[in-house]
Design a protein around this ligand. Structure first.
Ligand code: A4P
Ligand code: MG
Length: 190
């Protein structure tokens, strides 16, 4: 058998663009989100290529609870969708996330909003995230880094955002982490 370990293709893996929505309304939310961005950039085969500003947003759904800090992160990754889901759940757990009430308060929520070329409407991972088009806390930060991304209803992020502006969201801080200088300034055509 020829030894293939030295061949360039032996380490080739396709990298996919992913958008993640992060939210926190318990603990030191700014620090929790900054740490989560660091954790995401440390995932195998992954690099953070863009981060949005932080937004203070009114809670949608669930019990009465404090406002959230929300942001969106763009990742390039070779991880499969399910491996990435497991990894982001580990990151949530490391931030002290407990799961008592659906849509309840949390130290950290990481949702996979969109994964290039992958769609699933059932099973453990639903992507594109089924509720993302209804939520300003997702669309506003996503519009900063991917305004022309096409969503399942055939609208761009920018267009979908225009229909949820009645929800409260205030930009409170510039990027929590500066973007990679060598990252492409625009996501690939989607
Ligand atoms: N799951 C399925 N698809 C995905 C996906 N695309 N990304 C599954 C991440 N997880 C996904 O999630 C429950 C299960 O969803 C997971 O086991 C996973 O297998 P969870 O994070 O444990 O629970 P959750 O977040 O309470 O439920 P859910 O339905 O994900 O809630 P959402 O839709 O994330 O909404 N208001 C403001 N202002 N800001 C917020 O961040 N967040 C929520 C949560 C509600 N209101 C909010 C905010
Ligand atoms: Mg969630």
């Amino acid at each position: 058998m020829p030894d293939r370990s030295e061949h360039p293709l032996s380490s080739y893996a396709c990298s996919a663009r992913v958008y993640l929505g992060l939210g926190s309304n318990q603990g030191d939310s700014k620090m929790v989100l900054q740490r989560a961005v660091g954790d995401l950039s440390g995932l195998p085969g992954s690099r953070v290529v863009a981060v949005s500003a932080l937004y203070l947003t009114a809670p949608i759904g669930g019990p009465e609870q404090p406002p959230f800090l929300n942001m969106v992160v763009a990742l390039e990754t070779t991880m499969t969708p399910l491996d990435l889901l497991e990894a982001v759940q580990d990151i949530e757990d490391a931030a002290g996330r407990t799961r008592e009430v659906r849509w309840g308060p949390r130290t950290l929520d990481v949702d996979i909003l969109w994964y290039h070329g992958f769609e699933a409407t059932e099973g453990p991972l639903r992507v594109p995230h089924p509720r993302m088009e209804e939520r300003r806390f997702v669309l506003e930060p996503l519009a900063e880094i991917a305004p022309d991304l096409m969503l399942p209803t055939g609208r761009t992020v920018r267009e979908a955002l225009a229909s949820v502006l009645e929800q409260a969201a205030t930009r409170v801080l510039g990027p929590a982490v500066s973007r990679d200088d060598d990252a492409p300034s625009d996501p690939p055509q989607e």
